[in-house]
Ligand binder design. Structure first.
Ligand SMILES: [Fe+2]
Length: 246
């Protein structure tokens, strides 16, 4: 009897997918403009994997970084148009929009002041910190974002090991939403990021989850994450905001 029950439980984990999440709002699937998909073939491969896992809409968020990826709304929208043509050719019925993952470097504050940000949904702005240390001007710039009517979203907080729970709570209280990478829950970035992601979930600090899809290994990890109990917890016991971006 117990054996039968166990088999049923295992089956349950294999059958749910990302359908109820609806929107994946952090990915690097636009062709040839950052460290994600390098051409339309790679874009199509990644998007097919996301569709197979139940994702209904993709918001592509290429890096905007002063040092490595000097993207602008023009380069990003240009790559989006190329991808959209390819999706039509491939008869793939999925909505893809573009925003950006803004790197919190010395140019970010200027971009905020000039209101030159690429937003998603109702004025949400996705940004990431350095993996080494917290930017010293984080709070004033976040306050500025709020004052200008933007809604800041911090990408993958679980990947900043220099931050502790109190600092996360303070940032969240300043009005910053948190987006955890789904694949962190499968241990893709190691034990520490997995633990931090779980701690953020336990403390009701997660607002969005998304793939941060760059390449096929991420697609495989996204599939593997479906087996994780914390994924089930965050998707079904939690008021995630992904569907607001539909
Ligand atoms: Fe990213």
């Amino acid at each position: 009897m117990f054996g039968l029950f166990k088999k049923k439980e295992q089956k349950k984990h294999i059958t749910f997918d990302y359908s109820s999440l609806m929107v994946d709002m952090h990915s690097h699937v636009l062709p040839g403009i950052d460290d994600g998909a390098q051409n339309t073939q790679e874009s199509i491969f990644l998007i097919k994997r996301m569709m197979e896992l139940g994702i209904k809409k993709i918001i592509a968020t290429p890096h905007i970084m002063i040092d490595y990826y000097k993207n602008t709304p023009e380069t990003i929208n240009g790559a989006l148009e190329i991808l959209k043509e390819e999706l039509v050719k491939e008869k793939m019925d999925i909505e893809v929009q573009a925003a950006a993952e803004h790197y919190f470097d010395e140019t970010f504050e200027a971009r905020v002041n000039e209101e030159k940000l690429m937003t998603m949904g109702d004025n949400y702005v996705l940004f990431e910190f350095s993996f080494i240390n917290k930017p010293p001007n984080a709070i004033p710039v976040i306050q500025k974002l709020n004052d200008l009517g933007y809604k800041p979203i911090l990408a993958h907080p679980e990947r900043y090991p220099y931050m502790d729970l109190d600092q996360f709570k303070a940032l969240h209280n300043w009005g910053v939403d948190f987006q955890v990478n789904t694949i962190s829950l499968a241990g893709y970035y190691g034990k520490e990021s997995k633990r931090l992601a779980e701690e953020l979930i336990d403390n009701q600090l997660v607002d969005f989850i998304s793939s941060d899809m760059h390449h096929p290994r991420h697609a495989q990890a996204l599939k593997n994450a479906l087996k994780m109990p914390y994924l089930e917890k965050v998707m079904f016991d939690y008021p995630l905001k992904n569907s607001l971006l539909m």
